[in-house]
Design a protein around this ligand. Structure first.
Ligand code: NIG
Ligand code: FE
Length: 423
């Protein structure tokens, strides 16, 4: 008998849809009113897209179990959309465990950076690494993320700071995309630091005249996929003027603007990003009130990164003020050699405890709003018909266990499903 559906997840105690009216993002009110159905089932078609979600009885009446390749009985379990990690730096060689010790002893992030460590240390090791070694470590990091429930992840370059290594990183991301089930949004971050021996003006010139034009050629020839452009806009890194020039050039190539702003110092990054129509700005520990208003108006998402403030003992981003101002708040792990965290459940936990998000706000921030920050909320981020069949099945009768059990995802997440396949 012909089977025409891939997966039935039946009789779940709760199915957390997130939203069900086609919303592309949620602001504070919507984030606190997530759509949840009790005793429900989900149908994923042979194309890997969601065909139906609804009360178990309705689905039972409409679909015969024999038409499915795979049936999961989720009695006593919860189903929710796959998590989306809106900010990571996962391609690099050479860990920085020694710098963790320095920071614990009191060194600041910028002290380590100025002393030639930090990003510079990673750049040196990443330039020297073979693409095959970078791919092996990237794959294992992405698999760890996947096991912790991430089904769509943003991946940045940015440890090359020159054409050859930046391309090597982007190509490695591309290879990971084609060989792993996890969905990837890829970001060119050639302006992650000013390379040693160069001025900001020289580095900006190299990006504008050498790196971006080559990227454009490869993208138009269909030899490389890149979705977003990023710059680290910070004192002692890229100032506002050079950041604007680089982001603008990326936008003209069709890339989404998604950059690091207002992290260690107030730079008016938020105001500038909103003016350029940025899709997202990350960090924002030092954003101004005016910056928040501008972001809310421009619908520029704030990607908050609880691991960074935690590890660097920075002031927390003012998440509550952003929510009150109507900003679209999303979350990311910021996985990088400074913030070694592959787990969005840990990120959501930190966001709740340290940034005072409610659990429903944290879940919306790690699903529909993170999808929006990557320009993918038409297809990802909620359990709605025709969206990708990416979901988690939890071994718990309430979905909140995913956040409540700190570091407990191994026990809580029973299945991770991407495109209707259990991975
Ligand atoms: O988002 N702030 C700049 N970039 C990263 C850190 C990268 C690194 O230290 O290697 C961040 O925290
Ligand atoms: Fe970052």
């Amino acid at each position: 008998m012909s089977r025409n559906h891939k997966l039935l997840v039946k009789n779940a105690k709760q199915v957390v849809l997130i939203c069900n009216n086609g919303e592309k993002y949620l602001t504070k009110h919507g984030m606190n009113n997530l759509s949840v159905i009790e005793n429900a089932s989900v149908v994923i078609g042979s194309d890997g897209l969601i065909r139906a979600v609804g009360p178990a009885e309705t689905i039972r009446a409409r679909y015969s179990e024999s038409s499915f390749d795979n049936v999961i009985d989720a009695t006593g379990m919860c189903v929710l959309p796959g998590l989306i990690d809106a900010h990571t730096h996962p391609v690099w060689a050479g860990d920085r465990v020694h710098e963790f010790a320095m920071k614990l002893a009191g060194a600041t992030y910028m002290e380590v950076h100025r002393a030639g460590g930090g990003i510079h240390y990673t750049v040196e090791h990443t330039r020297a690494a073979a693409a095959s070694d970078l791919l092996t470590s990237l794959r294992s990091r992405l698999q760890r993320m996947q096991r912790a429930g991430t089904t769509l992840v943003e991946c940045k370059s940015g440890y090359g700071l020159e054409l050859q290594t930046e391309l090597k990183m982007l190509e490695v991301i591309e290879e990971a995309r084609s060989s792993l089930p996890i969905n990837i949004s890829s970001t060119y971050c050639g302006a992650h630091a000013v390379p040693k021996g160069k001025t900001v003006a020289e580095a900006t010139e190299d990006i504008l005249q050498v790196q971006l034009p080559r990227l454009k050629e490869l993208m138009s020839a269909g030899r490389l996929q890149v979705h977003n452009i990023d710059v680290f806009c910070e004192q002692g890194v890229f100032d506002l003027v050079s950041t604007r020039a680089i982001l603008q050039a990326g936008k003209e190539m069709g890339l989404n603007i998604n950059f690091h702003g207002d992290e260690l110092h107030p730079m008016n990054s938020a105001e500038m990003g909103a003016e350029l129509g940025a899709l997202a700005i990350s960090h924002l520990e030092e954003v101004t009130d005016e910056g928040m208003v501008a972001m809310a108006k421009a619908k520029t998402a704030a990607v908050l990164l609880p691991t960074t403030a935690y590890i660097l003992r920075l002031p927390q981003p003012r998440a509550r003020d952003m929510l009150d101002a109507g900003v679209i708040v999303a979350l990311g792990s910021d996985f990088n050699p400074n913030a070694y965290c592959c787990s969005m459940p840990v990120v959501m936990h930190l966001a709740c405890v340290n940034m005072r998000l409610s659990m429903t706000e944290a879940l919306a921030a790690a699903t529909i709003n993170a999808a929006f920050a990557l320009g993918h909320s038409d297809t990802h981020g909620s359990l709605e018909v025709n969206k990708h069949g990416d979901l988690l099945i939890l071994n718990a009768t309430r979905w909140e266990h995913l956040i409540y059990q700190l570091g407990g995802h191994q026990e809580v997440i029973r299945f991770v499903v991407i495109g209707g396949n259990v991975v």
